[in-house]
Design a protein around this ligand. Structure first.
Ligand code: NAD
Ligand code: NAI
Ligand code: ISE
Length: 337
């Protein structure tokens, strides 16, 4: 049977997910869409040559009897309300990151899901589905570099819009590392400090850029993440794990090597859509398959909550300048199954 999807938010990633669910993946079809920009939603369907109901309100999508499962791809501040409404309707929901803007908001979703009695939520943390991150994790798990001691990471975007502010470096950008580094190292964050280097001239008054986020984990691993969202040169994700016996690096995306004009070069991607294009396919196919099978297994509401607990401490550290603790409550038995 084909899974009938409703998509809320037809912006950059909403359009990408509608395209992949309709034209790339198996077992699903998009039957309803919604965006506060209704013309944008219509234009998305026209451009992709798709037929679907257009609703003015996302809650109508969730409650439509035609819709079996929901994708939330609208702006960050809207995620919590739409995800809670999907859980209340008993419908599986794939929610883009962050699950909510605070740990408190994520906790409300966790509590609602536990109350429902069965997992309904998958968070759009796609990096654990990326072949490069999976290969890096295998090297660590196989013991090839010994125990990890330090990680050096970078999350760089070429540019961001004027609406992007200092806090979003944490809630919208670093949130990917807050999830993937827990998964990669099988560890939890213990404390965090944020320090600000010299500010780039390419930013604006409400965005301090770049930022360096320094963590200590429960196992004593030290991690530094550079978040630099106006780096100008490309979209660049770096992760180097320094272990007792050696160093492992996240593979670079493959690219043709060019010898030309007395130079040896390879291109760097510029768009986040391309960097993890395969991982988005795999995460959404997993969601569709899991809904068909009746049991979600991807990044959970608890993972969304855990990342937001760390994000809240980072936000505090952004303002205090001192080392802040990350207080992670124990994982409920519900998420161990
Ligand atoms: P975008 O601004 O291009 O698109 C968001 C769309 O949501 C817009 O069209 C907007 O009109 C619509 N929208 C906002 N509020 C809405 C609401 N209440 N109901 C319906 N539609 C609403 O943003 P984007 O780049 O597509 O990002 C969307 C979400 O996806 C964000 O949460 C972002 O963090 C996430 N995202 C994740 C990744 C990733 O790598 N996992 C990449 C990009 C974006
Ligand atoms: P976007 O701004 O391109 O799209 C957001 C869309 O949501 C807009 O079209 C907007 O009109 C719509 N929208 C906002 N509020 C709405 C509402 N109340 N009801 C209906 N529609 C509403 O943003 P983008 O880049 O697509 O990001 C959307 C979400 O996806 C964000 O939460 C972002 O964090 C996440 N994202 C995730 C990525 C990933 O790698 N997983 C990459 C990029 C974004
Ligand atoms: C965006 O929302 C994403 O999720 C991208 O993956 C990230 O690199 C970017 O910084 C965010 O704004």
């Amino acid at each position: 049977m084909t899974l009938k999807l409703g998509v809320i938010g037809t912006g950059a990633i909403g359009q990408e997910h509608i395209r992949r669910c309709s034209k790339v993946l198996q077992g699903a079809t998009v039957v309803a869409v919604s965006d506060i920009n209704v013309d944008g939603a219509r234009e998305t369907l026209r451009r992709l040559d798709l037929q679907a109901e257009v609703y003015a309100d996302g809650f109508e999508v969730i409650n439509s009897p035609d819709v079996d499962a929901v994708l939330v791809t609208s702006w960050d501040p809207t995620h919590e309300a739409f995800t809670l409404a999907a859980v209340a309707a008993g419908k599986p929901v794939f929610c883009e990151k962050p699950l909510a803007l605070s740990a408190e908001g994520c906790r409300r979703i966790v509590d609602a899901e536990i109350e429902h009695g069965k997992r309904l939520v998958q968070v759009g943390f796609m990096r654990p589905y990326d072949a490069g991150y999976r290969a890096l994790k295998k090297v660590i798990v196989d013991g090839e570099i010994g125990e990890p001691l330090m990680l050096h990471c970078a999350h760089r975007n070429p540019t961001v819009p004027e609406s992007y502010t200092t806090d979003m470096a944490i809630t919208s950008t670093l949130i990917h590392e807050l999830d993937v580094l827990r998964w990669l190292t099988d560890d939890d964050f213990k404390s965090v400090q944020v320090v600000y280097p010299r500010v780039t001239s390419k930013t604006h008054a409400r965005l301090k850029d770049p930022q360096i986020v320094l963590f200590e984990t429960q196992k004593g691993v030290r991690i530094d993440v550079e978040v630099f969202v106006n780096c100008a040169y490309g979209y660049d994700i770096q992760c180097e794990v320094v272990g007792e016996n050696g160093i492992a690096r996240l593979p670079e995306p493959s690219s043709v090597q060019l010898r030309k004009d007395a130079r040896l070069s390879t291109s760097i991607l510029t768009d986040w859509k391309d960097r993890f294009i395969d991982a988005y396919d795999v995460e959404l196919q997993a969601f569709i398959n899991d809904v068909h099978a009746g049991q979600l297994t991807g990044p959970s509401a608890w993972d969304g909550f855990a990342a937001s607990v760390a994000a809240d401490a980072c936000l505090k550290a952004q303002n205090s300048g001192i080392i802040e603790t990350v207080e992670m409550p124990p994982r409920p038995e519900f998420y161990n199954r």
